[in-house]
Structures are given as structure tokens and as C-alpha cells.
Write a protein that binds this ligand. Sequence first.
Ligand SMILES: [Zn+2]
Length: 343
Amino acid sequence: MMMDYILKKRERNSLAVILISAIALGITVIGNFRMSFLKDGDFENKNIIERVVEGKDMNKRKLTLEEERVLIHKGTELPFSGKYWNFKGVGIYLCKLCGKPLYRSLYKFESHCGWPSFDDALQGAVKEIPDIDGVRQEIVCANCGAHLGHIFYGEHLTAKDVRHCVNSISLEFKGIKSNNERDLGIAYFAGGCFWGVEYYFQKEEGVLSTRVGYMGGDKRFPTYKDVCADDTGHAETVEVIYDASVVSYEKLAKLFFEIHDPTQLNRQGPDIGSQYRSVIFYTNDEQKRVAERLIEQLKEKGYNVVTEVEEAGKFWLAEPYHQDYYEKKGEHPYCHRPVKRFD
Ligand SMILES: [Zn+2]
């Protein structure tokens, strides 16, 4: 009886989503029709003509006109038309504009609405803002502001009761080789200025994405200025999302110990303060065991390692200009020089 009720409730909810989708489709068609008048000529060769969009686009990625219409001008793709609405690959979804990660496949679910649906996002990756229509909540990439879609609550479609309704065209999927969700690893490392730490992890095979941010302190919504004051308890931290079927956590942790000096207390080279301390924030017991074992190995070799091993807390995304810092500048880190410490 209860099951029947739940199933019926789910069916009703699915019907409601389909109905909302039909209305949204209407809005989209009207919107596209209107856009074709507004931008007459601009869209004649959409998907063929490419041009560089500047301004919000920090990495100056090339967008097609259709991508620009959705990502920059907040348009909507037609439902059931995108690449990912019915896609079931295992991996992560990146922002098409800035390349930073937004969702993992674990959060994706079938909502029958014709757009990719997720019931969660990576920490701090997506920002909600009131839509210009005065009714809906728009979602944008927290790093670059690119339009993703809209967010809906209270539909009772999953236990989390939230649906990120995202345009496929706003996303870029990166899959993992084994296609097994268990092989999608997330690791956090703090080892001095996060620009340099991110630089080296980005180059490692099997690393799907990196972000820089703050972890380990109590202050909510910390800014770089707050963290530099050295009283928030936060450490400059790099999030590394990796394919464990390609690169092991041990290999990443060894890299961490070789791109920074784990014997320096509350500093790293010229950067002084507890925000530059050396920490491994583990996300599971296996990572903790590996980190502790490697520290033991280094101690046996005579290194006076001061690296802390702590359970990962909340990750606060750092400001956009800190992301991919050296990549964007085309420079090499001043703060980190790799040194071989393992055999
Ligand atoms: Zn972005």
C-alpha cells in the first residue's frame, strides 16, 4: 500500500516534471524565435563559425555561437537535443567555459525532462542567483559565471530533493577509464602557495581536474585576504579529482611530498604563515593509511616531516584569479621546485 502510494507519488512527480518541461520547451522555442530576430545574421552559421569570446571568459576558450547564446546570453537548448540528457558515462562534468569541475556522474539521475539532471554539485562549484524572470533560480558556474541552467526544489525525485537542470552545451564530460564510480577519487593537499601545487598536479596523468581553495579553518566564505591574515585556520589547499584506474592515490601523495618541502613548519619557501602549512586532508581511511605510511618512510630516510594528516573538511573555492594561475600566466612556479625524495 505504502509502496503503491510512493510509486504513484513518483509517477505524479515525473508527470509534473514532463509538464514543466513542456512549458519550458514552449518558452525555449519562443525564446529561440525571439533570439533569431534579435541576433539576425549572427546565428546563420551557428556551430560552424567559431570566435573567441572575451570578457567573462578568463581562459579565452573558443565558443561556437550556440555555446555563446547559452553560456553567455543565458539561452536554453531544446530539451532532448543535447549530448548528455540521456548519457550515462562515469566521470565528471566540467564547465564548458572555464574548464572547472561542476558535477560528478554519481549525482546524475533520470528526470525525463530532456536536460541533464543532477541532485548535487561539487563543493562550491555552482552558484544560485534569482532568474531575470523573477520566478526561477538560475544556476551559474561559481568560477566564471557561465550560465548552466536552473535549480528546482521540492519535486521529490531523489532523496536530496533538488534538481540542477543543466544545458548539455554548458558541460564538458571527462570520463574515467574503468567506468566504475569507485575509481573517481577526490584528494586534498595543502603545501604552500596553491598556485604552484595546482600547477604540478595539473600535469599528472590520470588527474581529471584541479581547483584551488581553502580548508582546515572555521571561517565561512573566506576570502584570500582573510586567509592571508593568518588567523582563519585555513590552509591554501588544492582539490585533485583523479581517475584511480590510471593514477593511484599513493602516486599523487608521493608527488605532493616531492613538489613541496614537508619539513618546513608553517611556511613554504618565501611564503610564511600557517596558511602555507603542509597538510594532507584525507577523504577516506585508505588515503589516511597511505599518507601516514609515506610520512613514516620519509622519517626513516631522515626527513623531519611536519606534514599534518587531517580529515577533509569543507572546501571553500578560492577566487577565480587564483585558479589555473600559472597555466593562464604561462609561467613556472617560483614557490615550488620538485625534489626526488622517494626511490
Ligand atoms: Zn566556469
